[in-house]
Write a protein that binds this ligand. Structure first.
Ligand SMILES: [Zn+2]
Length: 217
């Protein structure tokens, strides 16, 4: 740099035509700004830097010969010379993966699990835990789904319906079955968590729908 502009330890005041070595000693060099969209490659001056957001769900590390040298892990090359192994390691963080999925699949009420990785497929909510008919229908539904190999969560807590619905939204199980006043007529409310659409269906129709969805994922 034959002639530079540098700070003068005072706001909005700069020293112009400064020559390093003549006007000041250089003690340390470094990067003076952050990378920006559109920057060229610092090595070859080609290309254009594009910025994007990402979620780190795993790692790839090149370990080189650090550990193989320390532990004496070697191989013989074509000339019969002993060489240290080049090592790498790779890993996907399972808990990070779950956090990343939730970050992508949620709404303001809570999680919206994709069916393929949901902890349960169906969430059965009897509106009143004290209503004998609702209790009987909910439990029969639970048993039938279990018999078909479909895991369901049965909310048999003695809580207000609103509390149970909010918790169901928060937990985000893909299919919700609300067993309410019409349970005695064999009708229950079926909701898909992803779109919130509610349908009043017969118990057999709900089971058929959940089986169909399970077969597709
Ligand atoms: Zn380059």
């Amino acid at each position: 740099m034959p002639s530079g502009v540098c700070g003068a330890n005072e706001a909005d005041y700069h020293v112009r035509r400064a020559v390093p070595g003549r006007d000041f000693a250089v003690h340390r060099t470094g990067d003076f700004r952050n990378a920006r969209e559109g920057d060229r490659c610092p090595r070859c001056g080609q290309g254009e830097l594009r910025l994007g957001r990402g979620i780190e769900v795993g790692h790839v590390f090149k370990l080189g010969t650090k550990y193989s040298e320390a532990l004496g892990a070697a191989y013989l090359d074509a000339e019969g010379r002993e060489r240290p192994l080049l090592m790498g390691c790779y890993g996907i963080g399972v808990s990070r993966l779950l956090a990343a999925i939730v970050e992508q699949r949620h709404d303001d009420k809570g999680i919206v699990w994709p069916a393929a990785i949901a902890p349960y497929r169906a969430h059965i909510v009897p509106v009143s835990a004290r209503d004998e008919t609702q209790k009987r229908v909910a439990e029969a539904l639970y048993e039938e789904l279990a018999r078909l190999g479909i895991e369901a969560l049965l909310d048999d807590r003695d809580e207000r319906a609103g509390v149970k619905f909010n918790d169901a939204d928060l937990i985000g199980i893909p299919y919700r079955i609300v067993v309410g006043k019409q349970a005695g007529e064999g009708l229950v409310e079926y909701t898909v968590r992803a779109d919130g659409e509610k349908r009043l269906l017969t118990v057999q129709d709900v089971i058929a729908r959940i089986r169909e969805a399970a077969a597709a994922t």
